[in-house]
Design a protein around this ligand. Sequence first.
Ligand code: FA5
Length: 341
Amino acid sequence: MMSIYSKIQALSKSVEDFNIKNKEDLESFRLQYVSRKGPLMTLFACMKTVAVAEKKKVGALLNTLKSSAQKKFSEAKNILYTPSSPHEVIADYTLPVADDLGACHPLSIITEKMVQVLQNIGFNLAEGPEIDTDWYNFTALNFPPQHPARDMQDTFFLSKDFLLRTHTSSVQIRMMEKNQLPLRIITPGRVFRKEAISARTHCMFHQMEALYVAKEVNFLQLKATLLYFVQNMFGSQTKMRLRPSYFPFTEPSAELDIACQVCLGKGCALCKNTGWVEIGGAGLVDPQVLLHCKIDPQKYRGFAFGMGIERIAMLLYRIDDIRLFTENDLQFLKQFKHVSF
Ligand code: FA5
């Protein structure tokens, strides 16, 4: 039977002779000579059978062998995992996962919440294309031919026939054209306007449209739905108001304001000292729009509203510059890591 000394000598030789050429070799070296389950550890376990007089000598030999195996492993690892140029990045898949997982984008968090609130009262999710035609974005929505929104100054036209939608109201028409009534839909999405970018406005932002078409629809239902929405998003004490306005596709039309969440109605820079911030438009669907979708306005009526998602997120999170949403600044985005609605 081999003595413990011969076993140590044989193992030392195989550690020495092991040629670590690549990462696979490194891993098999680690398993054999560095890990807690390899033959070296088996030899350490044999210490209890070694005569007392020999223990010190055998222990020292084993420790030397262990250190030389570990040294060889570390040196090879350093060589194999060091980039050969400053531009080469070497991934070490053996490293533990850093506690640095991504965060949900604040606009996704708010959109999700808006959808949830309106789904709770029976609205269904719908979607439409970002590239659309003049018919869906303007004509069917009753925009007169000379309306300024049709101007090249306000809309990104891709060709004579196609444009980037300027609002999510374009989805109203598609839904009314192809679905049975009654209809209750919400449609969040990205919209585009040829506008100067500032702290409050962007050329690419998000809206969420809601549309309800049925036999009995009136302005009171619209107002109650808006109040339900506002108080579920901003808190049950939040005040809202409707200001008369004009949209070609609704009659009557209104702008929806909520009490400024920063100064709570007292007046500040965000609300321009009015105490109110506009978050969207609303109204009863114009009968002409129903006719464009082959719906009889004598039998059916509808209400619609459309809100700016950035505006709502800015109020809820006290964000003072809309550009932050698209700048991919990690310091900004990481603040939402533990936020959920
Ligand atoms: C509309 O876009 C109408 N389609 C809304 C509507 C729907 C009215 C259904 C009636 C019925 P308006 O242009 O006001 O309306 O935009 C609605 C909201 O989008 C605004 O209140 C604001 O919150 C947001 N918004 C508008 N322009 C910008 C912009 N450039 N940057 C960021 N948010 C904007």
